[in-house]
Design a protein around this ligand. Structure first.
Ligand SMILES: *[C@@H]1O[C@H](CO)[C@@H](O)[C@H](O)[C@H]1NC(C)=O
Ligand SMILES: *[C@@H]1O[C@H](CO)[C@@H](O)[C@H](O)[C@H]1NC(C)=O
Ligand SMILES: *[C@@H]1O[C@H](CO)[C@@H](O)[C@H](O)[C@H]1NC(C)=O
Length: 494
C-alpha cells in the first residue's frame, strides 16, 4: 500500500511538473522586452470590471503608449558580439585540450550574433509597426463615438518624443487609426500631424531625461543594483555550468538571457538561447529585470514617478478642457477628443505609478504616508509588478473620460484601461470607473504638491552633506541622491 502511494505521489508530481512546464511560454516572461500580443490579454481573473452604465458616453481619450517592439540598441548589439567571441574562445580552448563538449548545445559551435555588423540599433521593428498599427485600429473600433469626426490636428493631437522609434510608433498607430478615411493609395490613407517637443525640454514625455536629481540617483544606484543581481546570476551560472559542462561566466549568463529575450520577441525563436534555462530559472531572471524596473523606474523610489507630474497635469488639463467644451455646448470640430502620446518605458512606468496601478494590499496607503514599499516578491511567490504586463512593447494606459448625464452624484467618470483592459485603481476604492472629482482628489491631487523643478533641480541649491566615507552616509547618499556631478542633458537608453 505504502509503495503504491509513493508511486502515485511520484506520478502525480511528474505529471503536475510536466504540465506546469508545458504551460510555460517564455515569450510571456521577458519583462519589458515582451511583445504586446504575448501578454495583452493576461488579466487578473479576480477583478470584475465595471459595467459602464447606459447613457454614459465617452467624450475624450488620453493615451500614453510605449513604442512598439524594437531592435536592440547599439550597445547591446556589441554585448552580443562579445558573447559570440567568448563562446568561440571557450570552445577553441576546450578543443585544444581534448575536452568533451558533448553537453554543449549544437548551435554553440557556429553561433554568430544575428545583429552582427549592423551599424544602427534601437529602431522600431516591423513587428513593432504591426503592433502599433493594430492598436490604432482597435482604439478606433472600441470608441467609434470618439473617432467619427473629420480629422483635425487639434481634435486628435498626436504627440511623440523626438526619438525615432517613438515617432515611427506614432505614425504606425495613426495609419491604423485613420486607415480608410483618406484618399492616399489603395489603403485610402490620410496624412496626419505628429508633433514633438525638443528632446532637451520635453518635460511632459521625457521628464526623466532632464531631471538632474533623477539622473544622479540612477547613476548612484547602479552599483547597489549590481550587488542585488549578483547572487541570482551566480546561482544560475553554477547550474548552467553543471548542466552543460561549459565555463560560462556571470557576464555570459547575463548576455545569454538578453539573447533569449531578443530571440523570443524579435525572431519568435524560443528553442535556442531561451532553452538553456529552465522555467524556474527564467522566472528568476525575469524577476531580476522586474526588480530593476521597480527600483529605477517604478515604485521603488518616489522620485521615479513624481517627476512625471507634468504628464499627469497634461492629462488632467485635457479632461478639464473636454468637460468645459461639453458644458459649453461647443460645436464639434472646435474641441479636442483624444490626446495620443507615444514615448518610452521610462514614461509609461512612472505614469502607471502615478495612477497607483499594480499595487499590492495596503501599498496605496503606504505611499500616501510616504513609507517605502517592499520589493516585489521573489518567485515562486506571486507578484503584481511584472515588466511584461506593466510595460511590454506597445504597453499603454488609456484614460477615457465619460459623460453620464443621468448620474446625480457625478456627471463625469474616468475609465482606466491598461493594455486595453479595465484595471482597478486602489486610489479610487479599487474600481476601474472613477467619478472624476474622486479621481482628481484622491489620485491626482496628492502628487501635485510636488513641483517638477523643485524635485529635479532643488538639490543643486541645498546644502550638501559633508563628504564622509562611512557606510551609513554612503547609503544615505544612495537613497537621496545627493550630489550634482552631472549637469548636462544626456540621453538615457531604454
Ligand atoms: C573550465 O575551467 C576549469 C577550471 O579553470 C577547467 O578545469 C576545465 O577544464 C574547463 N572546462 C572547459 C570545458 O573549458
Ligand atoms: C588530443 O587528441 C589528439 C588525437 O585525438 C592528439 O594527437 C593530441 O595530442 C591530443 N592533445 C592533448 C593536449 O591531449
Ligand atoms: C452614480 O454613480 C455612482 C458611482 O459614483 C453610483 O454608485 C450610482 O449608482 C450612480 N447613480 C446613478 C443614478 O446612476
Amino acid at each position: 500500500m505504502a509503495d503504491l502511494a509513493v508511486v502515485l505521489l511520484l506520478f502525480l508530481r511528474l505529471f503536475s511538473n510536466s504540465k506546469a512546464d508545458g504551460d510555460f511560454d517564455v515569450r510571456r516572461h521577458l519583462s519589458t522586452v515582451t511583445r504586446y500580443g504575448a501578454v495583452k490579454d493576461i488579466v487578473d481573473d479576480l477583478f470584475i470590471p465595471s459595467d459602464i452604465p447606459n447613457g454614459c458616453t465617452p467624450i475624450h481619450l488620453n493615451l500614453v503608449a510605449r513604442h512598439g517592439t524594437r531592435s536592440p540598441t547599439k550597445k547591446r548589439m556589441r554585448e552580443l558580439e562579445n558573447l559570440a567571441s567568448h563562446i568561440k574562445e571557450i570552445i577553441k580552448n576546450a578543443k585544444e585540450r581534448n575536452l568533451s563538449l558533448q553537453k554543449v548545445p549544437a548551435w554553440f559551435h557556429k553561433w554568430e550574433s544575428p545583429w552582427k555588423g549592423k551599424l544602427k540599433g534601437g529602431e522600431l521593428d516591423i513587428k513593432g509597426e504591426e503592433e502599433m498599427y493594430q492598436l490604432g485600429i482597435s482604439v478606433r473600433e472600441r470608441f467609434p463615438d470618439l473617432f467619427n469626426e473629420e480629422y483635425q490636428p487639434d481634435v486628435y493631437p498626436i504627440k511623440t518624443t523626438q526619438v525615432p522609434r517613438a515617432s515611427a510608433s506614432a505614425v504606425a498607430f495613426g495609419m491604423g487609426l485613420f486607415s480608410g478615411k483618406g484618399s492616399l493609395g489603395p489603403g485610402r490613407q490620410r496624412a496626419f500631424a505628429v508633433t514633438s517637443e525638443s528632446r532637451a525640454s520635453d518635460t511632459v514625455l521625457r521628464f526623466f531625461d532632464c531631471c538632474q536629481t533623477y539622473k544622479n540617483v540612477r547613476k548612484k544606484q547602479e552599483p547597489a543594483f549590481d550587488k542585488l543581481k549578483e547572487p541570482i546570476l551566480t546561482e544560475i551560472t553554477s547550474s548552467l555550468l553543471k548542466r552543460y559542462e561549459f565555463n560560462f561566466t556571470r557576464q555570459d549568463i547575463s548576455s545569454l538571457w538578453f539573447l533569449c529575450k531578443q530571440e523570443a520577441s524579435l525572431l519568435d525563436m524560443t528553442d535556442q538561447a531561451c532553452s538553456l534555462f529552465s522555467p524556474a530559472e527564467v522566472a528568476l531572471l525575469e524577476w531580476m529585470d522586474d526588480l530593476q524596473m521597480f527600483i529605477v523606474k517604478g515604485y521603488g523610489k518616489s522620485l521615479n514617478y513624481r517627476m512625471g507630474v507634468p504628464l499627469l497635469k497634461d492629462v488632467v488639463q485635457s479632461m478639464d478642457e473636454a468637460i468645459n467644451a461639453k458644458e459649453g455646448n461647443q460645436v464639434p470640430g472646435s474641441y479636442e477628443k483624444a490626446r495620443l502620446r507615444f514615448a518610452h518605458a521610462e514614461t509609461v512606468v512612472p505614469f502607471t505609478c502615478l495612477l497607483g496601478l499594480f499595487l499590492e494590499g495596503s501599498d496605496f496607503e503606504r505611499i500616501q504616508k510616504e513609507e517605502p514599499l517592499d520589493f516585489p516578491l521573489k518567485p515562486p511567490q506571486k507578484r503584481k509588478w511584472r515588466g511584461s504586463t506593466v510595460a511590454p512593447f506597445a504597453g499603454n494606459n488609456m484614460l477615457v473620460l465619460y459623460n453620464c448625464p443621468a448620474n446625480s452624484s457625478s456627471k463625469y467618470f474616468v475609465h482606466v484601461l491598461h493594455n486595453e483592459h479595465p484595471i482597478p485603481m486602489p486610489g479610487c476604492g479599487g474600481t476601474d470607473f472613477c467619478p472624476f472629482q474622486v479621481f482628481k482628489d484622491k489620485i491626482v491631487q496628492p502628487h501635485l504638491k510636488h513641483d517638477y523643478d523643485t524635485l529635479c533641480n532643488a538639490n543643486l541649491d541645498q546644502p550638501q552633506p559633508k563628504p564622509e566615507t562611512g557606510k551609513l552616509s554612503q547609503l544615505f547618499r544612495w537613497l537621496f541622491g545627493w550630489g550634482n556631478d552631472d549637469t548636462s542633458c544626456h540621453r538615457v537608453e531604454l
